[in-house]
Design a protein around this ligand. Sequence first.
Ligand code: DOR
Ligand code: ZN
Ligand code: ZN
Length: 438
Amino acid sequence: MSSLLIKNATLASGQIVNIFIKDGLIYDIGNKSPLCDQKIDAQGQSIIPGVIDPHVHFRVPGAEYKEDWQTGSKAAVAGGVTTVLDMPNNQPAITTQKTLDQKRRLIKNQSYVNYGLYLGATASNLNELKTVSGIAGVKVYLGSTTGDLLVTDYQIVEEILAETNQIIAFHSEDEECIKQFSIFPPRRRAGNFQFSNIAKRHNQLRPEECAEKSTGKIIELVKKTKKRAYICHVSGQKEIELIRQAKDQKLPIYAEASPHYLFLNTQSAIDLGNFAKVNPPIRSEVSQQALQLSLSSGLIDTIGSDHAPHTREEKEVDYAQAPAGVPGVETSLSLMLNLVNQGAITLARLVELMCSTPADIFKISKRGKIEPGYFADLVLVDLKLTYEVKNSKLYSKCGWSPFSGRHLKGVPMAVIVGGRLVYQKGKIFGPPGGCEVF
Ligand code: DOR
Ligand code: ZN
Ligand code: ZN
């Protein structure tokens, strides 16, 4: 295989180094300048490990018209993401070894980034969950959302935790609570049901207390079973407080934040209409700020984009008919780099949230850090460059972003996957060479 030298790159620690890559692995970090096949001068740029996004929906199989694996993984690499963990709410849902292997066959040779796949839990597939191998984790949907995966019986959730050895990732919204609010919606203020107020309306119909309820139950069950749980897309202030208490007790609970809860709120998202309809809903400004603060305090462990594309046509209908979900894999790193530039977190903390901690939690070996012997999944970023998010420039098949029009300071300039330069300055270089990481 080939060799690559990245010269004069600045690590998150501030140290300027040459990184020598051979046969897809990081071989040396220092000041050597050996002869090699390809050189990149990274003068003035920072280098971070490739982002590991533990939460995407690339829509294969069954909804390739929204996103297929090639477009999804191109969007990932353009956003500085080099490994994705893909959710099982496909058509058919991925709930058996057989459907998992079918999905694997469809993805093979299609991916520009590395990947892992989740298996979905149902009320009756415990045996599959116990015997399956090579997955990112088990996904449990406690509330209904896109697709038909749902487990509402907490007794079954307890069995899943107790009897499997995988990490269990939760979509944490309590189904009974959601139903209650849909039958008895809160008092409507005038104008609440107009297109412009969809973000608020959705938050009233699936309020924070539904997520608090299920997250509280998950914490109880983790206490009882001592098994590891990963709470996807934590969104509310009280939910964060529950996680603080669980972490104080040293329970193995991990919390993910998603960019749309960090960078949108019910007020700022008003003009987006259904393009901000997502489950759980976008929350109040108070919760948004609490979530941002918990990035540096350590209550949040990871950033998962929850990249959930739907077409414009699907979104441009009445509120009740529009599917929930927003794309995000292409913009998550830039949004977080922008936060670094605003002084809210350090670049080193960003690397923990987006690279090393996801690798630790999901036990992805030799990725998420820049160390000799690690896979050469790397991103060169220009922290001083500002760009505007533009729908027309996105690689995602859905062709829109809730962050369109934002000016973000901090841009991925070049992305290396397994020692190969796959993205540079807006261009993607094929063929797809990503591999499954589990
Ligand atoms: O809004 C959402 N969309 N929430 C989910 O949990 C699933 C996702 C999707 O797949 O569209
Ligand atoms: Zn979810
Ligand atoms: Zn999701």
